[in-house]
Ligand binder design. Structure first.
Ligand code: GDP
Length: 447
């Protein structure tokens, strides 16, 4: 799941992270591609619109973290938008099973969604992790095979199973299950309701009356992630009739496009509590928004890099620089400060080590282009060999001064010229940005 989306977003990020400067046009193009990538992953259109708007808003409003490249900051912004979409950073909902025993958990969903399998997986989890005594009960009176399947699974995972009695109505079985739970000292009773191949009134009415008599702590809808937007539609319809408390998405191990998983929370407002990741009884992962977003983007290292940089940024210095920029001033001392910031991050080596895909070949390419730690130190040395006056007014740097500086810092005059040129380009860029008064990442410089 998500492979195609991961690849497409990766393509967008590769284009961005390779640059030191992002223009507004670059950001627009990236947003268009992100939009297409999400739509192709079968994410619902209103959801896509919201996410893209959020990313744009942040890319414009975000403070620039100067120690990282703007493209890397965009990766972090997209990551955060995905986390929000999935319910927010702290979204690890777990299960509510506290209360006077036996606590009921009602399982709802269409036939074939993985409801019975998930009931057994939950029972196993509650027993193994939460140390609860669990009773499984099948309420599928129309399909004896479904009851037998649950019985078999209960035996497999080693939890209690309510004996099947012929010709009992679902509501009565539910009552019997709660009674048995009470008498036999069970903590949790999991009620596996009957599913149909499509939503119908009988199924809803039955589930509703079961909920009325058992007062479940959790009413979970099980939905098949491979069915895409149909799963989202199903969840909406169920939620209109049943007070659902959460969702379980099954077959996350399949090769679906992932749109259901991404749209579900936003469309229904319900937390995704678990993900089914295999047919086996232990194939159930607790949902974690941040982990899933990280998996989708596949750029966890960049995200932590930017988080680290954001913490390291010296707010005072940043404000001072912003003021200077607004006035169109950015001198060589400021440039040196930028290098210092980079060094604080463990230098280029440290930063490159944190980036995925930074293989040997890429590293030697960068080294050939002079992009290594030595370069950082060399640039700093050049600036330190200048007088304060020269640093503040680089335009006074003529041939004889350059020669002196080159000798003082152990480099060639060409190296000094390169640095001056780089500084001039940065200063021009910042002047433009300052004039336009436009904030955000577009048009800003990275590291
Ligand atoms: P129900 O009709 O909703 O009770 O669905 P079942 O629990 O019988 O599941 C239908 C099929 O899907 C079974 O073959 C399960 O083994 C399979 N299944 C359920 N959950 C998952 C999952 O998360 N991953 C995979 N690969 N298969 C699953």
């Amino acid at each position: 799941m998500f492979d195609a989306l991961t690849e497409r977003l990766g393509g967008v990020f590769d284009k961005l992270t390779g640059r030191g400067v992002l223009s507004e046009k670059d950001v627009d193009a990236a947003l268009r591609e992100i939009r297409v990538a999400l739509l192709e992953a079968d994410v619902a259109l209103p959801v896509v619109k919201d996410v893209v708007a959020k990313i744009r808003e942040r890319a414009v409003g975000e403070d620039v973290i100067r120690a990282v490249a703007p493209g890397q900051q965009v990766v972090k912004i997209v990551h955060d938008a995905l986390v929000d979409l999935l319910g927010g950073e702290g979204e690890q909902p777990g299960l509510m099973v506290e209360g006077e025993p036996p606590v009921a958990i009602l399982m709802a969903g269409l036939q074939g969604s993985g409801k019975t399998t998930t009931s057994a997986k939950l029972a196993k989890r509650l027993q193994d992790v939460h140390k609860k005594k669990v009773l499984l009960a099948s309420l599928d009176t129309r399909r004896p095979a479904a009851m037998e399947q649950l019985q078999q699974l209960a035996g497999q995972v080693g939890v209690g199973f309510l004996p099947i009695m012929a010709n009992q109505r679902a509501v009565d079985i539910a009552k019997r299950a709660m009674n048995a739970g009470k008498l036999q000292g069970y903590d949790v009773v999991i009620l596996d309701t009957a599913g149909r191949t499509s939503i119908d009134e009988d199924m809803m009415a039955e589930a509703k009356s079961i909920a009325d008599v058992t007062r479940p702590r959790e009413t979970l809808l099980v939905a098949d992630a491979l069915t895409g937007q149909d799963a989202v539609e199903t969840a909406k319809r169920f939620h209109e009739r049943l007070p659902l408390t959460g969702l379980v998405l099954t077959r996350m191990d399949g090769d679906g496009r992932g749109g259901a998983a991404l749209s579900m929370r936003h469309v229904t407002g319900l937390p995704i509590k678990f993900l089914g990741v295999s047919e086996k009884p232990d194939g159930l992962d607790a949902f974690d928004a941040k982990r899933l977003a990280g998996r989708i983007l596949g750029r966890g290292d960049i995200v932590s890099l930017v988080e680290k940089a954001a913490q390291d940024v010296d707010q005072d210095k940043a404000e001072r620089l912003a003021k200077k920029m607004a006035k169109g001033k950015f001198d060589l001392d400021d440039l040196r400060e930028q290098f210092g910031q980079l060094k604080k991050m463990g230098g280029l080596g440290g930063i490159m080590g944190m980036l995925p895909g930074m293989n040997k070949a890429a590293k030697s390419q960068m080294a050939a282009a002079g992009m290594d730690d030595r370069m950082l130190s060399r640039q700093e040395a050049i600036i330190l060999s200048m007088t304060p006056q020269e640093r503040a007014k680089p335009e006074i740097l003529k041939a004889s001064r350059k020669k002196r500086i080159a000798a003082g810092s152990g480099v060639t005059v060409a190296d000094v010229n390169k640095l001056i040129k780089m500084h001039r380009q940065m200063a021009d860029m910042m002047k433009k940005v300052g004039k336009k008064g436009r904030g955000g990442l577009a048009g800003m410089m990275g590291g």
